[in-house]
Design a protein around this ligand. Sequence first.
Ligand SMILES: Nc1ncnc2c1ncn2[C@@H]1O[C@H](COP(=O)(O)OP(=O)(O)O)[C@@H](O)[C@H]1O
Ligand SMILES: CC(=O)N[C@@H](CCC(=O)OP(=O)(O)O)C(=O)O
Length: 306
Amino acid sequence: MNAQELTTRVIPDLMQVIEKADVLVNALPYMQAYRNKTVLIKFGGSAMDDPALVKDLMRDIAVLEAMGLNPVVVHGGGKAISKAMAESGLEAKFVNGLRVTTKEAIGIVERTLSGTINPGLVEMLRDAGGKGVGIPGTEVFVGEKIREKDAEGNPVDIGEVGRVIGTLLPRIEEALNLEITPVISPLAKELGTHSPLNINADLAAAALARELRPVKLIYISDVPGILRDAADPTSLIQSINRKQALQLIEDGVVSGGMIPKVKSAVDALNAGVRKVHFIDGRLPHTLLLEIFTTEGIGTEIVREQR
Ligand SMILES: Nc1ncnc2c1ncn2[C@@H]1O[C@H](COP(=O)(O)OP(=O)(O)O)[C@@H](O)[C@H]1O
Ligand SMILES: CC(=O)N[C@@H](CCC(=O)OP(=O)(O)O)C(=O)O
C-alpha cells in the first residue's frame, strides 16, 4: 500500500488534515517576509455592524501577533458616533466628509471612540489570546483645527475637527517592543489648548503611516475594495498606482467616504509605505487572506505598477 492509499483508505480524514498543513506551508514565504514587520490596519466603523465579525477580525489580529508580525490598529466609529449623537438629540452633519463637531458633540465623539469602541476592541483581542493596549489618539496625535470651505468657497466652521500636525510615538513603540498591539482612537490634542479634536480615522491612519512606515497599510471597510461602479460589487479594481488612484477621485468614480481613504493612501505611499490595501471587513478572515496569499484580496494601491 502506497502513502496515498494509506491516507485515503486507512485514515480517510487525513487528506483534509494534510490540506490544512498545506495552507500553513503556502503561507511560509509571507510569514518569513513579514516577521517583525509593522502592519498598520485602519478598521472602519462601517465594518463594525456585526459583532461576530468584529470578534473574528480581532482574533485574526491575534493570529498576526502569534506569527511574529507587529500589527497596529487605528479604528474609526463614524456610525456609532452618529447613533450616540442622535440619542442626545444632536443631528449628524458633514462638510466634505468631515463631521461638524460642536463643543457639545466632541464629548460624545471622545466617549464613543476612546471610551467605548477602543476598550471593546482591546477586550476582544485579549479574549482571543492576543495582547492589546488601548491608546487614546489624544496621547498620540497633536492637531490643529481645520478650516473648511463650502461649495461656493465661503469658510465654514466645522468646530472641534482637526488635522494631524505631529505624532508622538513613545507609547506605540513601547507597546511594540513588548509585542503588544497598540489600538488607537482617532482624536488629537490641539496644539496650545490641549483640547481634544475629532480626526477622520483615515487621515489619522495615514499620519501614523508616515511615521511608522509599515510594510502595508490596510483599510478595512464595508466594500470589496475600490469599485469602478460603487453600486456594482463585481466591478472591483485589483491594482492601481498613485496616479490612477487620484484620477479615480477626479473622475468621480471614488466619492464620499472613499475619498479620504484614497487620498490618505497616496499620502502614505508618497511617504515611503510600499503598499496600501482596501479590503472588505464583511468577509471572514479578510486580513489573513490579504497578508498570507499570493492573490491577496480587495484593491491594492502601489507606488509604481510592475
Ligand atoms: N468607488 C468606490 N468604491 C467603493 N466604495 C466607494 C466608492 N466610492 C464611494 N464609496 C463609498 O465609500 C464607503 C466607505 O467609506 P466609509 O463609509 O467612510 O467607511 P469607513 O467607515 O470604513 O471609513 C463605501 O461604503 C461606499 O459607499
Ligand atoms: C472629523 C471626522 O469626521 N471624524 C470621524 C471620526 C471617526 C471615523 O473616521 O470613523 P470611520 O472610519 O468609521 O468613518 C467622525 O466623527 O465620524
